[in-house]
Design a protein around this ligand. Sequence first.
Ligand SMILES: Nc1ncnc2c1ncn2[C@@H]1O[C@H](COP(=O)(O)OP(=O)(O)O)[C@@H](O)[C@H]1O
Ligand SMILES: [Mg+2]
Length: 150
Amino acid sequence: MKRYLPDEKATMTLAAEVYAALPDALAGWTLLMSGELGVGKSTFARAFIRAAGHEGIVPSPTYTLVEPYSLPSGNIYHVDLYRVADEEELRYLGWSELDDGFRLVEWPDRARSLGDEADLALELRYEGDARSATLTGLSERGTALIQKIN
Ligand SMILES: Nc1ncnc2c1ncn2[C@@H]1O[C@H](COP(=O)(O)OP(=O)(O)O)[C@@H](O)[C@H]1O
Ligand SMILES: [Mg+2]
């Protein structure tokens, strides 16, 4: 699924739509967000976490690597792998313990194996001052979710 995102609000709307299309139980889902610096990965993550009911700030996980949110629909883990150099480091950040929640991952290319267990891939691109998004299903349930949004 491809969508043109003319402004920040359109990016936030797409995030809210993805959240709304998810089942009640978020545990075990993984969404990989890729695209260049400043393209809107954190904007998407912030809107997704707010759609789930979080009202406070959504700090960047660049230094903490993981920012956890405990919300009525379950846990959401906002993960940023920008500073991660290899797959080994995933173990140190306790990746396997994040499977009780929804994992929203920035810079997933830092750990290629994540693609095998992910459900959705969001690729953001620059279109002049605007952006475009390609949302791909990586699992059966991920593909079904995209059909629901369309
Ligand atoms: N669809 C869009 N069109 C134009 N600007 C956008 C769009 N989505 C987000 N932005 C802007 O681009 C910047 C994205 O920053 P950020 O979300 O931190 O990017 P990233 O996490 O990918 O580095 C923000 O200034 C935001 O306002
Ligand atoms: Mg970011």
